[in-house]
Ligand binder design. Structure first.
Ligand SMILES: Cc1cc2nc3c(=O)[nH]c(=O)nc-3n(C[C@H](O)[C@H](O)[C@H](O)COP(=O)(O)O)c2cc1C
Length: 291
Protein backbone atom coordinates (compact mmCIF):
# COMPACT_ATOMS: atom_id res chain seq x y z
CA UNK A 1 0.00 0.00 0.00
CA UNK A 2 1.34 3.44 -0.90
CA UNK A 3 2.39 5.35 2.18
CA UNK A 4 2.23 9.13 2.06
CA UNK A 5 4.48 11.17 4.31
CA UNK A 6 1.57 13.54 5.04
CA UNK A 7 -2.13 13.28 5.84
CA UNK A 8 -4.04 12.36 2.68
CA UNK A 9 -6.77 14.84 3.63
CA UNK A 10 -4.15 17.60 3.66
CA UNK A 11 -2.70 16.39 0.34
CA UNK A 12 -6.13 16.40 -1.30
CA UNK A 13 -6.64 19.98 -0.11
CA UNK A 14 -3.13 21.00 -1.16
CA UNK A 15 -3.30 19.58 -4.72
CA UNK A 16 -4.40 21.74 -7.59
CA UNK A 17 -3.63 21.55 -11.31
CA UNK A 18 -0.48 23.52 -12.24
CA UNK A 19 0.37 24.40 -15.82
CA UNK A 20 3.48 26.62 -15.37
CA UNK A 21 6.74 25.08 -14.15
CA UNK A 22 10.28 26.12 -13.34
CA UNK A 23 12.62 24.60 -15.92
CA UNK A 24 15.48 22.37 -14.86
CA UNK A 25 15.83 18.71 -14.00
CA UNK A 26 14.36 17.15 -10.89
CA UNK A 27 16.76 16.48 -8.02
CA UNK A 28 18.13 12.88 -7.91
CA UNK A 29 16.45 12.36 -4.51
CA UNK A 30 13.06 13.23 -5.99
CA UNK A 31 13.65 11.08 -9.07
CA UNK A 32 14.56 8.15 -6.85
CA UNK A 33 11.40 8.59 -4.79
CA UNK A 34 9.27 8.62 -7.97
CA UNK A 35 11.01 5.55 -9.40
CA UNK A 36 10.54 3.70 -6.13
CA UNK A 37 6.86 4.58 -6.24
CA UNK A 38 6.50 3.34 -9.85
CA UNK A 39 8.10 0.04 -8.84
CA UNK A 40 5.51 -0.59 -6.11
CA UNK A 41 3.07 -3.39 -6.76
CA UNK A 42 -0.25 -1.56 -7.13
CA UNK A 43 -3.06 -3.60 -8.63
CA UNK A 44 -5.67 -0.91 -7.94
CA UNK A 45 -9.27 -1.57 -6.85
CA UNK A 46 -10.16 -3.54 -10.00
CA UNK A 47 -6.85 -5.35 -10.28
CA UNK A 48 -6.04 -4.26 -13.84
CA UNK A 49 -2.63 -3.90 -15.44
CA UNK A 50 -1.14 -0.41 -15.56
CA UNK A 51 2.36 1.03 -15.66
CA UNK A 52 3.88 4.46 -15.41
CA UNK A 53 6.81 6.04 -17.26
CA UNK A 54 8.75 9.17 -16.52
CA UNK A 55 9.68 10.93 -19.74
CA UNK A 56 11.58 14.15 -20.30
CA UNK A 57 10.93 16.94 -22.76
CA UNK A 58 13.41 19.70 -23.36
CA UNK A 59 11.58 22.98 -22.93
CA UNK A 60 11.06 24.41 -26.41
CA UNK A 61 11.11 21.15 -28.37
CA UNK A 62 7.35 21.13 -28.53
CA UNK A 63 6.56 21.61 -32.22
CA UNK A 64 4.05 24.17 -33.37
CA UNK A 65 1.48 21.57 -34.35
CA UNK A 66 1.54 20.05 -30.89
CA UNK A 67 0.60 23.35 -29.30
CA UNK A 68 -2.99 22.91 -30.36
CA UNK A 69 -3.07 19.90 -28.10
CA UNK A 70 -2.69 19.61 -24.39
CA UNK A 71 1.06 20.29 -24.53
CA UNK A 72 0.38 23.90 -25.44
CA UNK A 73 -1.23 24.64 -22.08
CA UNK A 74 1.81 23.51 -20.07
CA UNK A 75 4.89 25.68 -19.87
CA UNK A 76 8.35 24.99 -18.48
CA UNK A 77 7.82 21.34 -17.52
CA UNK A 78 10.63 18.95 -18.43
CA UNK A 79 9.27 15.83 -16.80
CA UNK A 80 6.01 14.03 -17.44
CA UNK A 81 4.48 10.91 -15.97
CA UNK A 82 2.75 8.90 -18.67
CA UNK A 83 0.42 6.02 -17.86
CA UNK A 84 -0.24 2.93 -19.97
CA UNK A 85 -3.01 0.38 -19.47
CA UNK A 86 -4.04 -2.90 -20.99
CA UNK A 87 -7.59 -2.76 -22.31
CA UNK A 88 -9.87 -4.34 -19.72
CA UNK A 89 -13.45 -3.85 -18.54
CA UNK A 90 -12.65 -1.56 -15.61
CA UNK A 91 -9.15 -0.53 -16.72
CA UNK A 92 -10.02 3.17 -17.02
CA UNK A 93 -11.49 3.46 -13.51
CA UNK A 94 -8.58 1.45 -12.15
CA UNK A 95 -6.12 3.76 -13.89
CA UNK A 96 -7.93 6.85 -12.58
CA UNK A 97 -7.40 5.52 -9.06
CA UNK A 98 -3.71 4.67 -9.60
CA UNK A 99 -2.82 7.90 -11.39
CA UNK A 100 -4.49 9.99 -8.68
CA UNK A 101 -2.56 8.02 -6.07
CA UNK A 102 0.61 8.93 -7.98
CA UNK A 103 -0.47 12.57 -8.19
CA UNK A 104 -1.03 12.69 -4.42
CA UNK A 105 2.35 11.02 -3.92
CA UNK A 106 3.98 13.73 -6.07
CA UNK A 107 2.05 16.37 -4.11
CA UNK A 108 3.57 14.95 -0.92
CA UNK A 109 6.99 15.53 -2.52
CA UNK A 110 5.94 19.16 -3.06
CA UNK A 111 5.75 18.71 -6.82
CA UNK A 112 3.16 20.23 -9.08
CA UNK A 113 1.02 18.11 -11.41
CA UNK A 114 -1.87 18.48 -13.85
CA UNK A 115 -4.00 15.64 -15.18
CA UNK A 116 -3.85 15.72 -18.99
CA UNK A 117 -6.32 13.44 -20.67
CA UNK A 118 -7.61 15.26 -23.72
CA UNK A 119 -5.92 15.73 -27.08
CA UNK A 120 -2.74 13.95 -26.06
CA UNK A 121 -0.34 13.28 -28.89
CA UNK A 122 -0.54 9.59 -28.30
CA UNK A 123 1.41 8.69 -31.44
CA UNK A 124 4.40 10.77 -30.31
CA UNK A 125 4.21 9.35 -26.81
CA UNK A 126 3.98 5.83 -28.19
CA UNK A 127 7.34 6.30 -29.94
CA UNK A 128 8.93 6.74 -26.54
CA UNK A 129 7.17 4.13 -24.51
CA UNK A 130 6.25 1.56 -27.15
CA UNK A 131 2.88 0.33 -25.91
CA UNK A 132 1.74 -3.11 -27.10
CA UNK A 133 -1.16 -3.22 -29.62
CA UNK A 134 -3.70 -3.87 -26.83
CA UNK A 135 -2.34 -1.07 -24.65
CA UNK A 136 -3.58 2.49 -24.42
CA UNK A 137 -2.30 5.78 -22.90
CA UNK A 138 -5.24 7.25 -20.95
CA UNK A 139 -3.51 10.29 -19.45
CA UNK A 140 -0.29 11.93 -18.38
CA UNK A 141 0.82 14.70 -16.05
CA UNK A 142 3.71 17.11 -15.92
CA UNK A 143 5.62 16.72 -12.69
CA UNK A 144 7.98 19.35 -11.37
CA UNK A 145 8.65 22.41 -9.31
CA UNK A 146 5.89 24.89 -9.91
CA UNK A 147 6.60 28.40 -11.23
CA UNK A 148 6.01 31.32 -8.90
CA UNK A 149 2.98 32.41 -10.90
CA UNK A 150 0.39 30.32 -12.65
CA UNK A 151 0.80 31.88 -16.10
CA UNK A 152 -1.80 33.30 -18.41
CA UNK A 153 -2.80 30.01 -20.10
CA UNK A 154 -3.38 28.42 -16.73
CA UNK A 155 -5.53 31.35 -15.59
CA UNK A 156 -7.59 31.21 -18.77
CA UNK A 157 -8.12 27.47 -18.53
CA UNK A 158 -9.01 27.62 -14.84
CA UNK A 159 -11.47 30.41 -15.49
CA UNK A 160 -13.08 28.61 -18.45
CA UNK A 161 -13.81 25.43 -16.48
CA UNK A 162 -14.31 27.21 -13.13
CA UNK A 163 -11.57 25.14 -11.49
CA UNK A 164 -11.86 26.92 -8.14
CA UNK A 165 -15.48 25.83 -7.72
CA UNK A 166 -17.02 22.54 -6.78
CA UNK A 167 -20.66 21.49 -6.87
CA UNK A 168 -22.36 21.71 -3.47
CA UNK A 169 -22.83 18.58 -1.38
CA UNK A 170 -26.59 18.54 -2.26
CA UNK A 171 -25.91 17.97 -5.96
CA UNK A 172 -23.62 15.01 -5.36
CA UNK A 173 -24.72 12.87 -2.42
CA UNK A 174 -28.06 11.15 -1.87
CA UNK A 175 -29.83 9.01 0.72
CA UNK A 176 -31.58 5.85 -0.48
CA UNK A 177 -32.84 7.45 -3.70
CA UNK A 178 -31.80 10.28 -5.97
CA UNK A 179 -34.72 12.45 -4.92
CA UNK A 180 -33.54 12.51 -1.29
CA UNK A 181 -30.49 14.53 -0.30
CA UNK A 182 -27.96 13.09 2.12
CA UNK A 183 -27.39 15.32 5.10
CA UNK A 184 -23.83 15.49 6.42
CA UNK A 185 -24.83 14.12 9.82
CA UNK A 186 -26.49 11.11 8.13
CA UNK A 187 -23.12 10.19 6.59
CA UNK A 188 -21.54 10.15 10.08
CA UNK A 189 -17.85 9.33 10.01
CA UNK A 190 -18.00 9.00 6.19
CA UNK A 191 -18.88 12.69 5.75
CA UNK A 192 -15.17 13.53 5.43
CA UNK A 193 -14.56 10.79 2.82
CA UNK A 194 -17.47 12.19 0.76
CA UNK A 195 -16.13 15.70 1.17
CA UNK A 196 -12.77 14.54 -0.21
CA UNK A 197 -14.60 13.15 -3.27
CA UNK A 198 -16.24 16.55 -3.66
CA UNK A 199 -12.81 18.22 -3.81
CA UNK A 200 -11.46 15.78 -6.41
CA UNK A 201 -10.20 16.92 -9.81
CA UNK A 202 -12.22 15.88 -12.84
CA UNK A 203 -12.00 16.35 -16.60
CA UNK A 204 -13.08 19.93 -17.36
CA UNK A 205 -14.17 20.08 -13.74
CA UNK A 206 -17.48 18.40 -14.64
CA UNK A 207 -17.60 16.45 -11.32
CA UNK A 208 -19.60 13.51 -12.67
CA UNK A 209 -19.64 11.44 -9.48
CA UNK A 210 -22.97 10.85 -7.73
CA UNK A 211 -23.00 8.80 -4.55
CA UNK A 212 -25.99 7.14 -2.94
CA UNK A 213 -25.91 5.99 0.68
CA UNK A 214 -28.20 3.10 1.50
CA UNK A 215 -30.60 3.90 4.32
CA UNK A 216 -28.60 4.40 7.51
CA UNK A 217 -25.82 2.03 6.43
CA UNK A 218 -22.17 2.72 5.52
CA UNK A 219 -22.94 1.28 2.08
CA UNK A 220 -22.19 3.71 -0.73
CA UNK A 221 -23.10 3.23 -4.40
CA UNK A 222 -20.97 5.23 -6.84
CA UNK A 223 -22.61 6.36 -10.09
CA UNK A 224 -21.26 8.18 -13.12
CA UNK A 225 -23.46 10.98 -14.40
CA UNK A 226 -22.19 11.57 -17.90
CA UNK A 227 -21.76 15.00 -19.37
CA UNK A 228 -22.65 15.47 -23.03
CA UNK A 229 -19.34 17.30 -23.57
CA UNK A 230 -17.64 13.95 -23.28
CA UNK A 231 -19.82 11.98 -25.66
CA UNK A 232 -18.73 11.96 -29.26
CA UNK A 233 -16.35 14.89 -28.76
CA UNK A 234 -14.13 12.82 -26.54
CA UNK A 235 -13.92 10.05 -29.09
CA UNK A 236 -13.51 12.16 -32.20
CA UNK A 237 -11.83 15.40 -31.24
CA UNK A 238 -9.91 14.53 -28.10
CA UNK A 239 -9.32 11.00 -29.37
CA UNK A 240 -9.63 9.87 -25.79
CA UNK A 241 -11.49 6.87 -24.46
CA UNK A 242 -14.32 7.59 -22.06
CA UNK A 243 -12.41 10.16 -19.99
CA UNK A 244 -15.11 10.48 -17.30
CA UNK A 245 -14.47 6.91 -16.20
CA UNK A 246 -11.06 8.17 -15.06
CA UNK A 247 -12.91 10.65 -12.84
CA UNK A 248 -14.70 7.73 -11.15
CA UNK A 249 -11.36 6.12 -10.28
CA UNK A 250 -10.13 9.43 -8.86
CA UNK A 251 -13.24 9.65 -6.66
CA UNK A 252 -12.63 6.07 -5.46
CA UNK A 253 -9.05 6.94 -4.59
CA UNK A 254 -10.02 9.99 -2.51
CA UNK A 255 -12.83 8.10 -0.77
CA UNK A 256 -10.81 4.99 0.09
CA UNK A 257 -7.65 6.82 1.20
CA UNK A 258 -9.66 9.13 3.44
CA UNK A 259 -11.56 6.20 4.92
CA UNK A 260 -8.24 4.46 5.63
CA UNK A 261 -6.84 7.56 7.28
CA UNK A 262 -9.92 7.76 9.50
CA UNK A 263 -9.66 4.04 10.26
CA UNK A 264 -12.99 3.25 8.59
CA UNK A 265 -12.90 -0.34 7.42
CA UNK A 266 -14.58 -1.54 4.26
CA UNK A 267 -14.03 -2.74 0.71
CA UNK A 268 -15.08 -2.17 -2.89
CA UNK A 269 -17.68 -4.46 -4.32
CA UNK A 270 -19.69 -4.79 -7.55
CA UNK A 271 -23.06 -4.87 -5.81
CA UNK A 272 -26.54 -5.10 -7.22
CA UNK A 273 -27.50 -1.43 -7.02
CA UNK A 274 -30.88 -0.59 -5.48
CA UNK A 275 -33.82 -0.73 -7.90
CA UNK A 276 -34.49 3.00 -7.98
CA UNK A 277 -35.12 5.61 -10.67
CA UNK A 278 -31.86 7.05 -12.01
CA UNK A 279 -31.41 10.61 -13.27
CA UNK A 280 -30.68 10.89 -17.01
CA UNK A 281 -27.25 9.77 -18.27
CA UNK A 282 -26.47 8.12 -14.94
CA UNK A 283 -24.97 4.65 -14.63
CA UNK A 284 -23.80 2.47 -11.77
CA UNK A 285 -20.06 2.03 -11.28
CA UNK A 286 -19.09 0.42 -7.96
CA UNK A 287 -20.00 0.28 -4.25
CA UNK A 288 -18.12 0.68 -0.98
CA UNK A 289 -19.32 -1.64 1.75
CA UNK A 290 -18.26 -0.30 5.14
CA UNK A 291 -17.85 -2.78 7.95
C1 LIG B 1 -9.26 12.89 -16.21
C2 LIG B 1 -8.83 14.34 -16.27
C3 LIG B 1 -8.40 14.87 -17.48
C4 LIG B 1 -7.96 16.20 -17.55
N1 LIG B 1 -7.47 16.67 -18.73
C5 LIG B 1 -6.96 17.93 -18.79
C6 LIG B 1 -6.35 18.40 -20.02
O1 LIG B 1 -6.30 17.68 -21.02
N2 LIG B 1 -5.82 19.64 -20.01
C7 LIG B 1 -5.83 20.44 -18.90
O2 LIG B 1 -5.29 21.54 -18.96
N3 LIG B 1 -6.42 20.03 -17.73
C8 LIG B 1 -6.96 18.80 -17.66
N4 LIG B 1 -7.53 18.34 -16.47
C9 LIG B 1 -7.54 19.19 -15.26
C10 LIG B 1 -8.93 19.71 -14.88
O3 LIG B 1 -9.31 20.77 -15.72
C11 LIG B 1 -8.91 20.15 -13.40
O4 LIG B 1 -8.66 19.03 -12.60
C12 LIG B 1 -10.21 20.80 -12.94
O5 LIG B 1 -10.45 21.99 -13.64
C13 LIG B 1 -10.19 21.12 -11.44
O6 LIG B 1 -9.11 21.96 -11.11
P1 LIG B 1 -8.02 21.54 -10.04
O7 LIG B 1 -7.37 20.27 -10.54
O8 LIG B 1 -7.03 22.68 -9.97
O9 LIG B 1 -8.70 21.29 -8.74
C14 LIG B 1 -7.99 17.04 -16.39
C15 LIG B 1 -8.45 16.47 -15.18
C16 LIG B 1 -8.85 15.16 -15.12
C17 LIG B 1 -9.28 14.60 -13.80
Amino acid sequence: MVQFNKSVIDLIKQRSSWRAYRSGPLEPKVLDALKKHFAEDRPGPFNCEARFHLITRQVGDVGKARKIGTYGTITGAENYIVGVIKQDEKALENFGYLMEETILYATALNLGTCWLGGALHRDDLAKEISPAPDEYIPAMTPVGRIAEKRGIQDHILRWSVRSENRKPWEELFFAGQFSKLLKKNEAGAYAEALEMVRLAPSASNRQPWRILQEEKKPFYHFYLQRNSLYGQIAKNVLQAEDIQRLDMGIAMCHFEKTAQELDLKGEWTQATPPAIALPPKTEYCVSWRGR
